[in-house]
Design a protein. Structure first.
Length: 250
């Protein structure tokens, strides 16, 4: 049984333990949501995020979940969400990279990225939609990428998955609108994360130079976009892709 209240609006954030997911979880908690965040590895980081939310006066809980596993996703929603929480928002943020050039990319690396980044969002959205449809209200936000809009050498798997999320977003928006469920996507550009922090200074500088605003974005800027899309201020917005990329793709 969940320790969260069954009557307080809950935001489910997949991959919510660090980076962009952590920023989203913290921001939605400040917005008044209870937060249920998922992780696959590094449970200590997930718990740190939960504690940060609690120390700020919010309510949160973390749970292990492989979003690419259909049986695990179905069980998760049945055991921890359905009839236990008031699911108001779902943020499909969980994702991985397995970069490599097309001619050298292994089948398993292509399949793994699509399984987590695209199929995972489909599986979670399907289960969330069943619950939200009964409530006749909900917000779903998919975290795509500028790479899914413009492509990127060395990331055919990641670009394909993130582009697929855009089609998923638009189709789900059409299907779920009658139930007052909005479905939108946020497409981040190059963002300051643990992964980009390890890049050499000259590579980071080259990335920044290619961005019209001449800097990388922050995880908080992505979280603020999500915060808007799940709020009442975005009640008449669905099926849209909000690019948060410093003008990189416009």
């Amino acid at each position: 049984m969940s320790a969260l209240s069954p009557s307080v609006p809950t935001a489910l954030v997949t991959g919510g333990s660090r980076g962009i997911g952590r920023a989203i979880a913290l921001t939605l908690a400040k917005d008044g949501f209870q937060v249920l965040l998922t992780y696959v590895s590094r449970p200590e980081e997930a718990q740190e995020t939960v504690e940060a939310i609690r120390q700020a006066g919010g309510a949160a809980q973390a749970a292990a979940l492989n979003v690419g596993d259909a049986e695990a996703v179905t069980a998760f929603f049945a055991d921890q969400v359905k009839d236990k929480l008031l699911l108001a928002a779902l943020v499909n943020n969980a994702g991985i990279t397995k970069d490599g050039f097309l001619v050298r990319m292994k089948d398993e690396d292509f399949d793994r990225v699509l399984t987590i980044n695209l199929r995972g969002a489909f599986l979670c959205t399907r289960e969330a939609a069943k619950i939200m449809s009964k409530n006749r209200r909900g917000r779903i936000v998919n975290i795509s990428s500028v790479v899914g809009q413009m492509g990127n050498a060395g990331q055919v798997n990641y670009a394909a998955a993130k582009a697929g999320l855009l089609g998923l977003t638009k189709s789900c928006a059409k299907e779920l609108a009658a139930r007052t469920i909005t479905v939108n996507a946020v497409a981040p550009g190059f963002i300051e994360t643990d992964m980009t922090a390890t890049l050499p200074d000259d590579v980071r500088a080259a990335y920044a130079e290619a961005i019209p605003l001449k800097r990388m974005g922050t995880a908080q800027e992505i979280a603020d976009a999500v915060s808007f899309l799940v709020s009442d201020k975005a009640a008449y917005i669905t099926g849209q892709v909000l690019g948060v990329n410093g003008g990189m793709y416009c």
